[in-house]
Design a protein around this ligand. Structure first.
Ligand SMILES: O=C(O)C(=O)C[C@]1(C(=O)O)C=C[C@@H](O)C=C1
Length: 319
């Protein structure tokens, strides 16, 4: 990837400060030796940094296996100047309950945590720190940075932080492996400005935002049929309110396949015909499943043979 930072290195905006799970996802994409890491205060700022050309890419969490979607990311990508997803990364997520040296778990009353972190540890906290009050944090390392700044009244006694952030911020662990689900993972995406789509790998994902015609019976079914009849499986679909009035929804969709796959291209053409708005948010390799399943009759060769047949019909060469 070409860089446009002041020293020629690519610039990556991400949720900081240092040590977040988002930074772990960014490290899968570019080493800090070869790239400029630009920590941001929230995911919207990270995405807007790309739109404003203050960064070449953003790395943002899009979905957690326990808490679900990061709606601020879905909504920020759905409107505004077009951006695309270029890659996805998965990071296992478990936390450390950490505090300043000298703190005991029995004395903890207020726990700082990013809302997604709190939601992923709710049951553990109820059991081990009963009655603890949630102090919302902008990221998983923001409270650690507050502790490290020497602030005398941080407003919390302990924080849920990613394991690699405990030592660098001078904290001590009160409990490790904190999670309600020990297999929890968060999916992150690399966001960039539109350009050539990454080549298809045979196991790809295409992300879309789709609006339905209003007040039309069967509109949702007709939209879904565009995928189903071409053998395109959906790995995620959720509705988000459009915001201008009640009852208007935008669908955020991950479909299995690449825009270069015939079945996906045909599904996109179908959506373009029947839906008032379709935003293409990119095709990129999927990391959660190395081999996609293709339904018989929906391989590229099947579409090519069918097209050849229709062309022959038009020219009177076949029946
Ligand atoms: O990257 C981080 O450390 C964050 O604070 C963000 C975030 C998220 O937005 O989901 C990332 C991973 C965890 O699921 C909890 C929080």
């Amino acid at each position: 990837m070409t860089g446009t930072g002041h020293d020629g290195r690519p610039r990556y905006a991400y949720l900081g400060p240092a040590g977040t799970f988002t930074e772990a996802a960014l490290r899968q994409v570019a080493s800090p030796d070869d790239a400029e890491y630009l920590p941001q205060v929230d995911v919207v700022s990270a995405i807007e940094a790309v739109r404003a050309d203050r960064a070449d890419h953003a790395v943002v969490a899009i979905e957690n296996s326990v808490e679900g979607s990061v709606t601020a990311v879905l909504d920020t990508l759905a409107t505004g100047d077009p951006l695309v997803l270029q890659r996805e990364m998965i990071v296992p997520v478990s936390f450390v309950l950490a505090a300043r040296p000298g703190t005991t778990i029995g004395s903890v009353r207020r726990v700082a945590a990013h809302p997604h972190a709190w939601a992923q540890c709710r049951r553990w906290l109820a059991e081990h720190v009963p009655g603890a009050e949630h102090v919302p944090a902008t990221s998983n390392t923001a409270p650690a940075a507050t502790f490290a700044s020497g602030e005398r009244h941080p407003g919390f006694d302990a924080a849920l932080v990613p394991p690699p952030a405990v030592g660098p911020y001078g904290l001590v662990p009160l409990a490790e492996g904190v999670a309600d689900n020990h297999h929890a993972v968060t999916r992150f995406v690399l966001v960039g400005r539109p350009g050539p789509v990454p080549p298809r790998t045979g196991s790809d994902k295409t992300t879309l935002v789709v609006h339905l015609p209003s007040n039309q019976a069967g509109a949702l079914l007709e939209m879904l049929e565009q995928f189903a009849t071409r053998g395109v499986n959906l790995s995620r679909i959720e509705s988000r309110p459009i915001g201008d009035s009640l009852g208007r929804y935008s669908f955020s969709i991950d479909a299995e396949g690449h825009v270069d796959d015939e079945r996906m291209a045909e599904a996109l053409m179908g959506l373009h015909r029947v839906c008032p708005h379709v935003r293409f948010l990119g095709s990129y390799p999927r990391v959660d499943r190395p081999h996609g399943d293709v339904r018989p009759g929906t391989f590229d060769a099947d579409f090519a043979a069918a097209r050849t047949w229709v062309e022959a019909l038009r020219e009177g060469r076949a029946h």
